[in-house]
Each structure stands twice: as C-alpha cells, then as structure tokens.
Design a protein around this ligand. Sequence first.
Ligand SMILES: Nc1ncnc2c1ncn2[C@@H]1O[C@H](COP(=O)(O)OP(=O)(O)OP(=O)(O)O)[C@@H](O)[C@H]1O
Ligand SMILES: [Mg+2]
Length: 443
Amino acid sequence: MRIAIIDDEEIVRVRLQKALAKEGYTVETYGSGEEFLNAVERSPVDLAFLDMSLPGITGLEVLKEAKPRFPEMEIVLITGYSSIDSVIDCVRQGAFYYMAKPLKLDEIRSLAAKVHDRKRLLDENRALKTVLSPVDGWGAMIGVSPLMKQVFRLIEKVAPLDCNVLIQGESGTGKELVARSIHRQSRRKDRPFVAFNCGGFTEELIASELFGYQRGAFTGATATKIGILETASGGTVFMDEIADMPFSMQGKLLRVIQERQIIRVGANKPIQLDVRFIAATNKDLKKAIQEGRFREDLYFRLNVVQINLPSLMDRKEDLHLLIDFFTQKYSTKFSKKISKVEQSALQVLLSYTYPGNVRELENIVERAVALAEGESITSHDLPPDLREYSITQYGKWLTYEEQERDYIKRVLKFTEHNLGKTAKILNLPRTTLWRKLKKYGLS
Ligand SMILES: Nc1ncnc2c1ncn2[C@@H]1O[C@H](COP(=O)(O)OP(=O)(O)OP(=O)(O)O)[C@@H](O)[C@H]1O
Ligand SMILES: [Mg+2]
C-alpha cells in the first residue's frame, strides 16, 4: 500500500514517514498541495494524510481537486485547530477521516491499517467476481480475525496433502466452504467435488446412493446406477453431518476408506476408488463415541487432520468485513447499486449475536439488500426483531457523558442551582463546573 504525507512542517513529515514505513508501507512526502497533485497525477496513492493549512492551495482545495479524479484514494485530513465547520465540509468532499494536531502515532497507524483492510477487501471482492462461478456459487472465504487466519493457514497446509480431513463447527460457520477451499487448492481441483448428507436416510438408501447398484439388484432397480463415490472418482467427497450416519453404515464406510474400493449393491466385483474424504459435523463426535453412537475406528480414519471453525461471536473482528462482503455480493447478484450500510443499521448488525453464525448473517444481509431502496442499507431493511434486540441490548445503557450530565442535573436540582454548593458536592473547581454546564447545555 502506498501512502502520501502532505504537510508543510518537515518535522511532521519525518515523524509520520518513519512510523508508517516501519509498518511496511511505501511512504512519500510532499511539502505542498501543488507538489502532491503533480505527483499523484503520474502515479496515484492509496492513502493520503493531508494537512488542511498549507502554503499555496489549501488542503480542502487539494481534496476537492483530487478526490473526484481518484475516488479510491482515501484522504485523511489533518487540522491544526479543530473547527467543526471546515471538518464537515471536508467529510462532504469525501475525506475519509480527520485528525487534530498534535497527531498520535497510534491513531495514524490504526487508520492506515483500516484503509489497508478495506483496500484488501475491495481487491478480494474484485478477484471474487471472477472466481465466483455462477455454476456452484461458492466463493472466497473471508476473515481477518486471528482464529480465521489460523484456519486459512491450516487449509493451505493440508490441501495439497491428500489426507482425510474432519471439519468441526457450529451450524453456519462455513464447514462446506472450507471443504470446497481444500478441494480447490488440491491436485484434485479439476475433478468433481461431491457433497453427501449422511443424515436422515436409512442404511439401504445410503448404501445405494454411495455405492450405486447393479441392474436387478432389487425390485425397482431397472437400470444400473453409478453411486456418488464412483461419480467423484479422482475428486473429493464431502460427507456432511457425519455424526448422523447410521451406526451399521459406519462400518461399511470404514471398510471403503481402508480398502479404497467399493462394490455396487447387487454386484460382486469390487471397483477401485480414488477419492479424498472430507467429513463435517456440528456435533461433538467424542461424546457420540462415548455414548456408543459413533465408531471410534472411523473417527480416527477421518480425523487425520482436524479443522475447528470458531463461532462468529468468537471472531467479532470479521463481522464488519463479512457485512461489507455480503452487501457487495448480493448487490451484484440483484443488479443493485447498494454500496454501503448506514450507521444505524450497522450498529444493529454489529450488536446481534448470530446463533446461526455466518449463514444467518448472510441471510439477513441478502434480505436487506433485496429490500433496500436507495444506495445504502438502512435499519428499516433489517428484520424487526433484530432491531428490537439491539435496542434492549443498548437501550438501558448510558454513555459516560450522558451519565455525567444526568448526575450534574440531579445535584443542581438539589442545590437549587447554587453553583458554589454544586461545585463543592461534585468536588470540582468552579471553572470546570461552569465548562461542563455549558457543554451539557445546563447553564
Ligand atoms: N468466512 C466466510 N466468508 C464468506 N462466506 C462465508 C464464510 N463462512 C461462511 N460463509 C457463507 O455462509 C454460508 C454458510 O456456510 P456453510 O454452508 O459452509 O456452513 P456450514 O458450517 O456447512 O453450515 P451448516 O452446518 O448449516 O451446514 C454459505 O453461504 C457460505 O458461503
Ligand atoms: Mg453445511
């Protein structure tokens, strides 16, 4: 990521440059707006820290000039003294953020990181549009949280190894997406990926689905049927809800995995099998083993590598990114121009707890994008019970300042607006009290 610093004070330029270069960014500095505009014309930057009061053309003029031409460049304005009017003006002209001097390096660094994340997301989204095949509709996996980064590293590591994998995680955490990513990054990627749900079928049905059957194997078998395992030859079989597989069937599956061959129902000649097994469950398999519902030997066969997906609440850092990602995804899908989520709606989305994890979040955003009328998602586009949830969560809490205002008001009432007494009770210098009264509109 390339960053420009535009400030007439050399000391500011040097300080920022050092701090940001240390983070691994490429940093350029300019002493005036003209210099910067000339340079950016030749090669645009991703982020600019722009001083408002420059000699020559002002920061605001630079902003007005540059933003429309380079809409993807984020501009952070630096103000010498904070004057609300000019700040509002700047934000209206497209400034990403503003900061008052003296600058805090921590803030600078975290802002740069924020822009970096956003830019990455945009890039990913762009890449995704080309990756997302309309055929299967499965795309990239998103996440910046430490837990998800760990998952991504593990996927990269096991994908080329061709070993069986067991994926565990609550419902909606992305188990199938992980299985598909592993397949896509493996040498089997050009062969089929076949998903099979192990729950809700009788043993007979599962056997004929998985292994296929020979013509005449049973009444109604009028033609030979190729089973799922054979169809997946050379590719990957995803055994979903593995904990729900009937116990007797588990033994058959174990033999298939061990011997790498299958026999169609009603046939006697074995067929060689070349597939990779990835199994998934949202249940506790260890417990199922203890209760005698799941075979331990099958567990060890499948569990060569285990990937545990964290619930969405254990990776809140990903929420914002996922919201943006799904907004973009469904905006494209529905041919709409929804580019952002309004603050009030974002507040609601960020405070909900998502028992259905990413799948639930995705459904909520999909619905919101479908309903949204303008260019952004508002809180009215969210399910009503979600809005209420957010209100009961936060409705009873006051901010620190609201609390302070309330308290001062109560003391004022008690002293009948005697400022001397009030200051004494609050143990505040009179000037401080006076400032607070003004701030809270109590004077
Ligand atoms: N990290 C992620 N980034 C982007 N999309 C995700 C992510 N995790 C999950 N999804 C999306 O959420 C939805 C649910 O994911 P998936 O079906 O893989 O979950 P699951 O764990 O198999 O859920 P279930 O237990 O309900 O079958 C899918 O549409 C998937 O694309
Ligand atoms: Mg699933």
